[in-house]
Structure formats: C-alpha cells, structure tokens
Design a protein around this ligand. Structure first.
Ligand SMILES: [Zn+2]
Ligand SMILES: [Zn+2]
Length: 347
C-alpha cells in the first residue's frame, strides 16, 4: 500500500509499505478522504510546525474518513464496510485537563499526524491505517467520504462557538475566510447567530463564505484610509479571529462592541506581535483562546451526516495520494483552493 512520509522540508516521499494489522480493540481502515490542513503544509514546506520539529519520517494527516476493512479482537459496534469519521484526538483521560472535561487541554495528548511527541504520532495520509475503534464514528447516511472527513474542522469551529458562549441572536465577525473561517460561519449559523460578517484579503474564500451562509463579506485590504471596519459591519457582539494575522486580531479588538468577546482561533506568530492590548481593559473585552476541540466530535459528525451543516461548497477537489506534493502545492493557492483532499490512488 502507498503511504506519504515527510522526511524534512520539501522532502515528501510516497512509499510502498506493508498493510498493518489491527490489534485488540483496533480496526484496519481504508482511507476514504483526508483533508490537507495548514499544519500538514507546514510539515512539508518547513519540516516543522512551530516548535514541533520532524525527527523521524512523519506521515501527516489528521482530518480523514475511512472504510472499515478488518476488525481486531474484541471490537463491537463496527462492521467491515462501515464508513467512519476519525477523531484524531487521543487524550490520556487521567490528567487535570481531562478530569475537568477539557480533553483538548490534555497534558499527554496524542494527536494524529503530529511531531509534538517522539516517536511521532503517525497520521492518515496512507491507503490503510489502524485506529483504536473508539476513535471511529460510523456514518450511516449517504453523504460522501469527503464530507465525512470535514468532521474534524467542523469540530474546531463548534468548540470555538462553545468558547464564545451563546450566539443566539448575536452579531458575529469572523476574520479569515479559509476552511476554518467557513466552518465558523456554518457553526455560528447552527448556533443561531443573527448576522455574520466575514473578512479576508482574497476574493475566492469570501465567495465560499457567502455560499455557506455569511451575510456580509469585506476585503479588509480594500478599506479606504479613513474607513474603519465598524463603518461597514457595525459593532459585533462576538469576533472570531481565525486568520492568525496580528492585524486581524487588532481589528477584532477595535471592532467588537464594548464588553464584547474575541475568540482567538488562528495561530498567531510566536513573537514580535504589536497589539493595542489595553483595549481589553479600556473596552472591557473578553479575550479567549480556542485550541483544537473538546467533546464535540460526535455532534460534528451528526450535523454533517444529516446535512444540517452542508460542507460541500468548501470542498475544492480530491487528488490521489501518489500526487500528494502537487496537491499540497494546490492547497496553498488560496485564490483557487479551499479544502483539498487526498484519496487512495485509483479511487
Ligand atoms: Zn486541521
Ligand atoms: Zn489528559
């Protein structure tokens, strides 16, 4: 079977390896579809994501669906042929974060496709892989394997909504209109937001944001010199900063209403950030972080399975695993791509 391995910056190899066998409590899955995420691109381009550096060949990928190919000993609730969404989180269940019910803050998290631990947690850019049965959520409806693979990014958005508190009847701003920005639009809609404005500096993602339900979109790079974002969208109750751009966080702090809430979802630069942080005091803002996701994966899967959340406008193409490097290059081009996925070669 084929598997992708990143050996270092710009060194991605598609190799032929034996199909693994499932152990007790595990299942063998054939890849359905695996989304290429920002962190996968970073591993390929730079050999690292922030402080997580590749020290042995790493198979990236943490947003995937699969089809059950074989059951290990003692597995119940899954059958061969079942289509499943894969939860990439494996919290320890014992640390303070886990016991508090905030598993995403687990001190011993094992997250798929990540060099955060050594040996690395191998990911899902592979024709077959073995998963603990507990990380597989079966989907009985007729939605595509590509849609099912969006359960992970939707979970990120649902978690951010939980961090914000009730959005029912609220005015919402989302800065950054990539895949997660569009998942935020869908999640905010689901949570009853009254008005959703989305900003970006590229047209294509804003077009998709409108397709998934944004009420208003703004090219922030095209604001006039004397124009504030609030002149166009008013003062939202809640802002989600998804882009990771320091200027966008500034815009959120300046644009939400006094007493409003700003949730940081995107990854900001590690250093050299200049912010009017005093706005947090003088405008009495709640500034909150949102990291990966907690106990919302099942909710994301059922919203997609029922198409109560329709992710199809965000899917912009599937490529065979053997073409992974080219697919990653395509995923980088925001003027044409949203979520690019990998599928088994010949699928
Ligand atoms: Zn991701
Ligand atoms: Zn834990």
């Amino acid at each position: 079977m084929l598997a992708c391995q990143v050996h270092g910056a710009m060194d991605l190899r598609v190799i032929d390896v034996p199909v693994p066998r499932p152990g007790t409590g595990e299942v063998l899955l054939r890849l359905g579809a695996a989304g290429i995420c920002g962190s996968d691109m970073h591993y390929y381009l730079h050999g690292r994501v922030g402080s997580f550096v590749i020290r042995e060949p790493l198979t990236p990928g943490h947003e995937a669906s699969g089809v059950v190919a074989e059951l290990g000993e003692g597995v119940s609730g899954l059958r061969v042929g079942d289509r499943v969404a894969i939860n990439p989180s494996r919290p320890c269940g014992r640390c303070a974060g886990c016991r508090e019910g905030r598993e995403n803050l687990c001190a011993n998290m094992r997250f798929l496709g990540s060099a955060s631990v050594f040996p690395h947690m191998q990911g899902l850019f592979s024709e077959y892989f073995v998963m603990p049965a507990g990380q597989c959520v079966p989907v009985a409806s007729a939605v595509s394997l590509g849609e099912i693979a969006m359960s992970e990014p939707l979970s990120v958005a649902l978690h951010s909504v939980h961090r914000a508190g009730s959005l029912l009847g609220r005015q919402v701003l989302i800065t950054g209109s990539g895949t997660i920005g569009c998942m935020m639009v869908l999640a905010a809609r689901l949570a009853g937001a009254a008005h959703i404005a989305v900003t970006d500096v590229v047209d294509h993602p804003l077009t998709v944001a409108r397709q998934v339900g944004a009420d208003q979109t703004v090219r922030t790079d095209q604001l006039l010199a004397d124009q504030a974002l609030s002149d166009l969208i008013g003062e939202p109750d809640v802002a989600f900063e998804v882009s990771g751009a320091p200027s966008a966080l500034s815009a959120c702090l300046n644009t939400v209403r006094r007493g409003g809430t700003v949730v940081q979802v995107g990854t900001l630069p590690a250093e050299g950030l200049h912010l009017h942080a005093n706005l947090v005091m003088s405008r009495e803002l709640d500034l909150r972080g949102s990291f990966r996701f907690g106990n919302v994966f099942g909710q994301a899967v059922s919203a997609i399975a029922s198409r109560r959340v329709d992710v199809r406008p965000v899917l912009s193409g599937a490529h065979p695993l053997s073409d992974a490097a080219r697919a990653i290059e395509q995923a980088r081009d925001k003027s044409i791509s949203m979520k690019v996925q990998l599928v088994p070669t010949g699928a």
